[in-house]
Design a protein around this ligand. Structure first.
Ligand code: SPD
Length: 362
């Protein structure tokens, strides 16, 4: 009898140890993209432990999603990449009965995201933003004159202008599906074009300005801009604002601006989704629902300076953010924004080949 009880007790202890071990959620998000206390608050509210890894490139996330068995429960692809990965069977449909906070989401923005994911079946908006230009006022004025107004892609695509900035450091995102279309748009071509000749024309322009580009990287520029180590970055809206506020905090005299150029820019949505083989799908739903809480989303936007898709959060978002046209573009600027094209496999190969050539010269 005693032995039976002991065995039963041992079994119970072992089961709860497994349960405790399993009470986790593995999250893979973009770097610099969450408030400093979001994870702590989630763990305190739910008892679920979070492992949190970061990336700075859709291509890196895509490789993991298409290989499978990533071990991640929640990932954050951009909507065009999401669409391709959904088609490849990489995600599971959301169980909306477990996401009551979906009611907080902005219906217009979710309709925009549904262009890539019909009925928002697989994902919900995390944050959204634009790909524009971050710049250091002082360094630009010193090289182009006090009156030079930064409002055009000329700053990085006109060789006569960008060549004057090379010494203070010009950088671009390592994001071919964003930089090539921006170059095409500058040339008067459709930034959504998948025509090989158009893509080649964009790449040819990039090769011309390549000698003046210090690096292609998608996260390093935040600190480098803030420290005054570079002076111009083609970057993501919130990241540039983070650089701006980091510089203000340390009072190093670096003044940074972000502009959506007059010729237009890419608008994108980053989406929370659950991989098809997520080991903790229930916890993933709990995490996504927690993020969609109005206050939690507002806290994230207030910390990372990205616009969100959560209508209920807006009253709690800092008015400095809601009123900034770099974060919430004006109607006129919105009219010039374009959305990403979902590349087919052939276009994808062309873009990869052109991008390697732009970056390495080969
Ligand atoms: N530091 C967070 C950056 C998030 C950028 N999302 C990428 C969007 C790509 N179109």
């Amino acid at each position: 009898m005693k032995r039976t009880i002991l065995l039963a007790t041992a079994a119970t202890v072992a089961a709860s140890a497994v349960a405790a071990q399993d009470n986790i959620v593995n999250v893979y998000n973009w770097s610099d993209y969450i408030a400093e206390d979001t994870i702590e608050k989630f763990e305190a509210a739910t008892g679920i432990k979070v492992t949190y890894d970061v990336f700075d490139s859709n291509e890196v996330l895509e490789a993991k999603m298409l290989t499978g068995s990533s071990g991640y429960d929640v990932v954050v692809p951009t909507s065009d990449f999401l669409q391709r990965q959904v088609a490849a069977g990489a995600y599971q449909p959301l169980d909306k009965s477990k996401l009551p906070n979906l009611a907080n989401m902005d219906t217009d923005l979710m309709a925009g995201a549904a262009v890539y994911d019909a009925d928002n079946e697989y994902a919900t908006i995390y944050m959204w933003g634009t790909t524009g230009i971050g710049y250091n006022y002082g360094e630009i004025a010193a090289r182009l004159g006090d009156d030079y107004e930064v409002n055009s892609w000329d700053l990085v695509f006109n060789p006569e202008i960008v060549s004057k900035l090379a010494d203070c450091g010009v950088t671009m995102l390592d994001a071919p599906t964003e930089i090539l279309p921006a170059a095409m748009n500058y040339l008067g071509l459709d930034p959504r074009s998948m025509d090989k000749a158009d893509l080649e024309a964009g790449a040819a322009l990039l090769e011309i300005v390549r000698p003046y580009i210090r690096y292609f990287h998608s996260s390093q520029y935040i600190n480098d801009l803030a420290n005054g180590d570079i002076c111009v970055s083609v970057g993501w809206s919130g990241d540039v604002f983070q650089a701006l506020y980091r510089a203000e905090e340390v009072e190093n005299g670096v003044e940074i601006g972000y502009v959506i150029p007059d010729e237009g820019a890419l608008q994108w949505f980053d989406m929370m989704a659950i991989p098809v083989d997520a080991p903790h799908a229930d916890n993933a739903h709990t995490f996504i629902n927690f993020i969609m809480d109005a206050q939690i989303t507002a806290d994230i936007t207030n910390y990372v300076w990205y616009a969100n898709g959560n209508a209920a959060s807006m009253p709690m978002v800092d008015p400095d953010i809601t009123s900034d046209p770099g974060i919430f573009p004006t109607e006129a600027a919105s009219a010039k924004l374009w959305s990403s094209q979902v590349y087919d496999a052939r276009t994808d190969r062309t873009v990869s080949r052109l991008w390697t050539k732009v970056k390495t010269g080969q």
